[in-house]
Write a protein that binds this ligand. Sequence first.
Ligand code: COA
Length: 162
Amino acid sequence: MARVHVETWKTTYRGIVPDARLDQMTVDRDLEGGFGRWLTDPPPGHRAFVGEADEVGVVGFAVAHPEVGHDPVFTGELGAIYVLRGWQGQGIGQSLVGSVARHLRSTGHSAMLVWVLEGNPFRRFYEKLGGEILRRELRPTAGTKLPELAYGWRELKALMEL
Ligand SMILES: CC(C)(COP(=O)(O)OP(=O)(O)OC[C@H]1O[C@@H](n2cnc3c(N)ncnc32)[C@H](O)[C@@H]1OP(=O)(O)O)[C@@H](O)C(=O)NCCC(=O)NCCS
């Protein structure tokens, strides 16, 4: 998962997140830092789902958890979703969203949101899945503050079918 996290940041966020931050990312540093701490001791209610390929291992993952800002409607959150570049566009992301939606629904959430960097071209992925833009905020990311959009789904039923 750390390999997918690091590689996907580097292939997606160049020109969006400061170069210095991307250049210093390695799997070892990721495992020693916040991502590693999250993996070994996830906060209550956090659940990860992975997509795997034979002889490659994890090629994508997504994280579901309760929404952190206490939104009264969008109580579930898609906390992260990454698929390695070479495995994108094959339905893995969509299937991970399905797993997240089913998990959130089974743990009492009927709506969810996801935060995405405004400059991320992959935000079309969420639009294709029916997400609506809820709000825009400057949020702390990678040691700086960047504009992010929250996409929301008021109803998880369609996503649960993915
Ligand atoms: C975004 C991401 C998770 C999507 O996963 P994926 O496996 O590539 O997506 P899928 O193959 O399941 O695509 C599902 C649908 O979204 C569409 N889609 C995916 N990426 C898209 C893009 N950049 N622009 C427009 N549509 C896109 C696909 O065409 C597909 O629609 P279709 O079934 O009608 O063809 C993956 O591409 C990724 O990891 N991107 C880089 C990291 C990133 O930006 N993560 C999100 C951080 S908030």
